[in-house]
Every structure is written in C-alpha cells, then in structure tokens.
Write a protein that binds this ligand. Structure first.
Ligand SMILES: C[S@@+](CC[C@H](N)C(=O)[O-])C[C@H]1O[C@@H](n2cnc3c(N)ncnc32)[C@H](O)[C@@H]1O
Length: 335
C-alpha cells in the first residue's frame, strides 16, 4: 500500500514530463513510453516507501507567497509556529539531506553540502541555459535542477535511482511556485540514442560511481543532440602522477568509488566517446566548509573522512578529494 502512496507523489512528475514530451521528437516520445515500467519498478522496490510516503503525507498545507531560486532555494509565506514545527519534523523524516541549502517557511534545511559553491564553479562556464532542454543525470534531490530551471531552461529533467533523495525534491515541489524541474527515479543506463534531444546534459558526481566510466560517457552522449553541451564534474587526482587511482575498498569512506582519474585521463575518455572541444574549467579541493555534518545529515562527513594528522590525505591514505569540472560538446553526426 505504501508503495502505491509513494507512487502517487511521483504522478505529477510523470504528468509534467508527459506534457513536455509533446514537443520532443517521436523517438524521444517512444523512449518515454518504454520508461514507464522502469519507473513503476523503481518505486515498487523502494524499501523506505512507508517512511517516505508518511513524511510526504505529513507535510502541512501552506501557501507560498514568494519562491526564490538563489544560493538558498527559499519558499516564503506565512506559517504559524506549530505548523512550522510540523513542517520541520516532516522534512527531518526525509533525512539525510545531502544537497542544498533550502529554506521553507523559515525552516532552514542546512544540508551536508553547500551545493551553491559547486553551482558557482559550474554556472559561469555553461552556454546560457535560457530556452534549452536540460538533463541532470544523478540529480539527487534536485537542488541543481532547480537552479537550472531558474536560469531559464525550457525543460529540466533530473534522473536519479535514489528515490529517498528524489522524495526531498517532491517535498519542495509541494510548495514551489515558479520554474521547476521534473524528477524521476531512473538511472543513466536508461538513456539511449532515441533521446538525442537535450541541449545540455549534466553529470556531476556520478562517473566515479560507475564501474565503466566510458559506458557512462556514452550514455550522456546518447542523450545529447549533436553539438549539445556536456557538463561533467568528477573527483580527480592531481596531474603529474598516475593516470587513474583505483582506490580499492573505500575512498573517503565510500565503498562505490571505482576510479579517480587525472584530468588528462578524463579528456582522453571524452575524446574516445565522441566529444569535442573538451576543456577543464575548474579544479577545486573540497573543503570542510563545503561538506560537513549538520543536524540534517547527522552522519560522518568530510572532517571525519580525512586523516586527522594530515588533511591532504583521506583516512584510507588516498589523496584528499579534488573535484574537476569539464565542458565538452557532442560531435556532429551519429555516435
Ligand atoms: C555524489 S552524488 C552527486 C549528486 C549531485 N549531482 C551533485 O553533484 O551534488 C551522486 C548521485 O548520483 C546518483 N547515481 C549513482 N549512479 C547513478 C546512475 N547510474 N545514474 C544516475 N544517477 C546515479 C546517486 O544516487 C547520487 O544521488
């Protein structure tokens, strides 16, 4: 029953993309029809469905008077103290909150990541998003997808297999008035060449979670129209040493980091996957200002993941996290 309730919360997301699909090529509409059983299955197998559906159902009815998609995604409006307490506890039931920050009716959701810092490193290098069709692969709770919508994109689709993170975006959507993305429980292996209709595709923080990074880049290329722009953000190691670090069991406590490439390796991968004009536009060490434990993500975070005697190393002895942003274009013609 609770999986049905959770699915009901995602119905408006599906309807929104249904409507947007009318303006997409026939091949993309055929892709969308084929996605329906996948989305159904993703929602059906979500083990946390009872908790997520209950938290969404507990969100109080409130009317926004203003929505601001700045560094903090903020919903403003009148809210009595008792209702604010209800809102806070419903939102806390959707924890851990990793990407943000958000503020809803004066409830400040202080997320693990200060994601506005990454957006600040990414946005200046993008072709203007106004009027573009945009895909955010690995969108999490949709923080960046909201920023993309606010930048004037005609369509923003965010996909992520993590239903728990998407449910946070569904909570924000409950109150948000104004340009907003569509968030769907799909992984990048759902992308195929029938899409080829997005003007800009983002993949941020996903490549190193894939065993086969080139297959992932191929999926991103398939979703882009020829000439479209890719924004790829990933962990890297500093140039001057190995081509790729294979961290083994854990990197920064994460079990699912398969490889951390040097920037030159990423550029070679991009060329091998049909991208042109690829360039590294930002290289920034992750700081404990950007990633840290908060009341909304009470587990361990970057300060606990670094070597207490030498912050240039992770607890496992690997180089501390360094993140790179690349921009490239899909070459013209078939892949
Ligand atoms: C490190 S987080 C990055 C989130 C956000 N893009 C950012 O840059 O802050 C990685 C996200 O990618 C998602 N993810 C992992 N594998 C994926 C795949 N194959 N396709 C789409 N998303 C994936 C995870 O569920 C998670 O939300």
């Amino acid at each position: 029953m609770s999986t049905t309730e959770l699915a009901a919360w995602f119905a408006p997301e599906r309807e929104r993309f249904d409507t947007a699909c009318a303006g997409l090529p026939a091949s993309a509409r055929a892709w969308w029809r084929d996605m329906q059983p996948r989305i159904d299955a993703a929602l059906r197998r979500e083990g946390r469905a009872p908790r997520l559906a209950a938290a969404l159902a507990a969100l109080p009815a409130l009317r926004a008077t203003r929505c601001v998609a700045g560094p903090v995604l903020r919903v403003e409006g009148a809210c009595a103290p008792a209702t604010r307490a209800e809102l806070r506890s419903a939102l806390l039931a959707l924890a851990p909150w990793r990407k943000g920050p958000f503020e809803l009716f004066d409830v400040a959701v202080d997320t693990e990541w200060r994601s506005e810092l990454k957006w600040g490193r990414v946005a200046p290098h993008l072709a203007p998003l106004g009027g573009r069709r945009v895909l955010d692969v690995g969108c999490g709770n949709g923080y960046y997808a909201w920023r993309m919508a606010a930048a004037g994109a005609a369509l923003v689709l965010g996909i992520d297999p993590a239903v728990q993170a998407l449910a946070q975006g569904v909570a924000l959507r409950r109150y948000w008035q104004g340009p907003a993305p569509t968030l769907l429980p799909l992984a990048s292996d759902a992308l195929d060449p029938r899409l080829a209709c997005f003007d800009t595709v983002f993949s941020m923080g996903v490549t190193y979670h894939r065993r086969d990074p080139l297959a992932h880049l191929g999926e991103l290329a398939a979703a882009l129209k020829p000439g479209g722009e890719l924004l790829l953000e990933t962990l890297v190691i500093a140039e001057g040493g190995a081509a790729v670090l294979e961290p083994g069991e854990r990197y920064c406590a994460m079990r699912n980091v398969w490889q951390v490439p040097a920037p030159r390796t990423v550029l070679a991968w991009l060329a091998a996957c049909g991208f042109i004009d690829a360039r590294l536009v930002d290289l920034t060490a992750t700081s404990t200002v950007e990633q840290r434990r908060t009341a909304w993500m009470p587990g361990h975070s970057l300060p606990e993941f670094l070597d207490p005697r030498d912050a240039r190393r992770t607890r496992e002895g690997h180089p501390a996290p360094l993140r790179a942003v690349f921009v490239a274009r899909r070459a013209a013609g078939p892949l």
